[in-house]
Design a protein around this ligand. Structure first.
Ligand code: HEC
Ligand code: HEC
Length: 420
């Protein structure tokens, strides 16, 4: 894709010509003078004393630049209060604010969604949702992989009644037309002033997707981990032990899902292989779970419906990247944990000390209580999970070390300033 659509290139060329002749320097394509005006201006200039050169015309913004503004703009929501950036906060690894809560949205900002808002970084390699040769699910966007591309994804929150709550394409298009930079959106997308509702909405979601795909902050690879890989920094002894425990199949075994090796063709680790698992995380309090009959079953619904018949996939959610994980609390799809220490302790003792994680009712511990009893057999039991009575695969020292290691995955690391 060339940096500018063809028609805007010629508009820029014409504007440059006019500016060179002391003519107008309007930035918008609509204000371009006709060829006849250009001739008049040129001959007038010949008899006038030379004027200082007019400023160069502003370039047509790229779709990604407009997407940046749209991502931050609360005017895209029905409440006027929610932007993409409200739930994907730039200073928090583009995930939601800390705490144990699920995000609020909707028309009046009081509706709680089902799931924690994940970081929107490091998704480029997720690919479309698919089953591999062994029939295992992989990839896709969202916790349940229901969007194949970022363009498809961006429509979700814009029209979700619990999120930005636009009633339909027409109401979103009306909001887009009212933006002070509506002309920039049209110019960047090569649309005429009379663009239809559908064209405008398509342009907006494409711009938002392009911004996330193009802007380096969504795939910066500037963590301490990357600096160590590049030989520009060294881990502390504890971080080094943490990485070893993270990788060790006999201890954390974290890397079996949160892959710490460089991804093929990328040369950088993503800390996910985009696989799906049911970890049996505890139920969290929310508007939805106030109804004891409600369960978020991930791959088999309710947000996606195409796999509703696949009982074997109920309760499975996509493995998230752990890049920036120190910034992206709360954790797990249902925001059931507020700290990394608790997450790692959960992996260590879920089945050894279940009363620490699940309620006890009539003397019975309610293991995996965020799944209906019949589906609890889907819960993953491989390492690092251990059975009752076994020693934990992850010792308290390993756990502290793993957390220290996870803190090296935040972008924006700079080595200690060198001595003056
Ligand atoms: C009210 C909070 C909220 C708003 C506003 C919001 N999101 Fe999200 N976002 C979420 C939640 C919650 C999820 C996870 C939903 C799920 O998995 O079903 C999510 C998921 C995503 C994902 C997928 C991440 C992954 O790991 O696959 C992307 C990308 C994303 N949002 C981008 C956006 C964009 C772009 C906008 C603005 C158009 C936006 N979000 C607005 C809460 C929000
Ligand atoms: C069998 C695959 C698998 C293994 C092994 C595994 N994870 Fe995970 N991890 C997942 C999946 C799947 C999720 C999301 C589950 C959910 O939300 O229901 C997850 C979620 C997480 C989260 C929450 C991230 C977020 O953004 O909410 C953290 C932190 C985490 N894992 C760390 C670890 C650590 C540390 C280890 C090793 C001790 C580990 N994981 C081992 C698959 C795995």
């Amino acid at each position: 894709m060339p940096p500018f659509p063809r028609h805007t290139l010629s508009a820029t060329w014409l504007l440059a010509l006019l500016a060179g002749c002391g003519g107008g320097s309007s930035a918008t394509g609509e204000a371009i003078a006709s060829a006849q005006d250009a001739t008049v201006t040129a001959s007038a200039a010949a008899v006038r004393p030379p004027r200082p050169p007019a400023p160069a015309p502003a370039a047509v913004p790229t779709l990604a630049a407009v997407g940046d503004r749209l991502f931050e703009d609360t005017r895209l929501s029905a409440s006027g209060k929610l932007a993409c950036a409200s739930c994907h906060v730039p200073t928090q690894g583009h995930a939601d604010a800390a705490g144990g809560f699920l995000p609020l949205g909707g028309l009046d900002g009081t509706r709680q969604g089902l799931r924690s808002s994940p970081s929107v970084r490091y998704l480029d390699q997720a690919g479309a949702f698919r089953f591999d040769a062994q029939g295992r699910p992989h990839g896709g966007l969202f916790w349940d992989g229901r969007a194949d591309t970022r363009v498809q994804q961006a429509r979700g929150p814009l029209f979700n009644a619990d999120e930005m709550a636009n009633a339909d394409v027409t109401s979103l298009a009306t909001r887009l037309r009212a933006l002070p930079y509506a002309a920039d959106l049209r110019a960047a997308a090569g649309l005429p002033a009379a663009a239809t509702d559908d064209q405008l909405v398509d342009a907006a979601v494409t711009a938002i997707a392009r911004y996330q795909a193009d802007d380096t902050k969504f795939h910066a690879f500037t963590s301490k981990f990357d600096a160590v890989q590049d030989g520009r920094a060294t881990f502390t002894a504890q971080e080094q032990r943490g990485l070893a425990a993270f990788n060790d199949p006999q201890r954390g075994n974290c890397a079996s899902c949160h892959d710490s090796r460089p991804a093929p063709g990328l040369g950088r680790a993503l800390f996910t292989n985009f696989s799906y698992h049911a970890l049996g995380v505890p139920r969290n309090k929310s508007q939805a779970t106030g109804n004891p009959a409600f369960f978020d079953l991930g791959l088999c619904g309710p947000q996606r419906r195409d796999l509703a018949g696949r009982q074997d996939l109920c309760g499975l959610f996509r493995t998230p990247s752990l890049r920036n994980v120190a910034l992206t609390a709360p954790y797990f799809h249902n925001a059931s944990f507020a700290s990394l220490e608790d997450v790692v302790a959960f992996y260590a003792t879920r089945d050894i000390d279940p009363t620490r994680w699940y309620p006890v009712v009539n003397g019975q511990v309610q293991r995996y209580n965020d799944l209906p009893p019949a589906l609890r057999t889907n819960v993953h039991h491989g390492a690092p999970f251990r059975r009752d009575g076994q020693p934990p695969a992850i010792t308290p020292q390993d756990a502290a070390d793993i957390v220290a290691f996870l803190r090296t995955l935040s972008d924006g690391y700079s080595a200690a300033p060198s001595a003056p």
